[in-house]
Design a protein around this ligand. Structure first.
Ligand SMILES: [Zn+2]
Length: 248
């Protein structure tokens, strides 16, 4: 059985409150490792607590999602969390211009939070997991002057965006969105050694999955679709990419 890593799961979210541990156990039995990704301080902390229950196979990424940015958040709290050995990345962080916000200067606040978290990643030498929605240009402007490594998660950009982030060395994360948006050309043009797979569960459930609420067991469906588009099985390569980026 191939080994897989769900590089972007949210089993730390409330919708998995009752059964997250039984889901994790099924995943581990099926050779699926998991990185649970934080979106705010509390669920980042929970992602670590979950990971710390396991010797191996379950990891955490910590960060404040652009839609969860709050005034006066003390980012040193986040840096303290990163002391756990289970923390393999800072994220998800980035820019999200999709949802109109009632907050003043929301774009500026997002950029400020993104920069503060980038600094933590640089200081701790951790990769970043980037969330970008309708914000690829601004994101590129910020990242092109920095020397970071990471993944653009749930990639939905075009070939020009792909080219830009590949040129900076970033990995590209694909999930169930590939069943909703035509990303065939993007996938074909992403070198095998830059592809990561993820579920973004409980969101983005692939078609024909047994549960409407997504979980990391759907990873194989996503991977198979990528093989179909690529015309080859690159499972081993994708697995190695994940180990390399997250230093697992
Ligand atoms: Zn996510």
């Amino acid at each position: 059985m191939d080994k897989l890593i769900d590089t972007h799961a949210h089993l730390n979210l409330h919708s998995f409150k009752k059964d997250r541990y039984s889901i994790i156990e099924s995943c581990l039995l099926n050779n699926i490792s998991i990185i649970n990704v934080g979106t705010n301080f509390l669920d980042s902390k929970l992602a670590i607590e979950i990971a710390e229950k396991y010797n191996q196979g379950v990891y955490a990424s910590i960060g404040i999602h652009p839609s969860e940015v709050e005034d006066d958040f003390d980012f040193s709290q986040l840096k303290n969390l990163a002391k756990s050995k289970k923390v393999v990345a800072i994220g998800e962080i980035g820019l999200d211009y999709f949802y109109p916000s009632s907050q003043d200067n929301f774009v500026e606040k997002q950029k400020e939070a993104f920069l503060k978290q980038i600094e933590i990643a640089e200081e701790l030498d951790l990769p970043i997991i980037i969330h970008s929605r309708d914000a690829f240009d601004d994101l590129y402007e910020i990242l092109k002057t920095r020397k970071l490594r990471g993944v653009v998660h749930c990639f939905t950009g075009g070939l020009k965006d792909l080219e830009r982030f590949l040129s900076l060395g970033y990995y590209i994360g694909f999930d169930g969105i590939i069943f909703k948006t035509d990303l065939d050309e993007v996938i074909k043009n992403t070198p095998n050694e830059k592809i990561l797979i993820e579920t973004d569960c409980p969101f983005l459930t692939p078609p024909n999955f047994y549960d409407k609420r997504n979980n990391p067991m759907s990873l194989k469906i996503i991977e198979d679709k990528i093989f179909e588009i690529k015309g080859e099985n690159i499972s081993k390569q994708i697995y190695e990419n994940s180990l390399k980026l997250f230093n697992i």
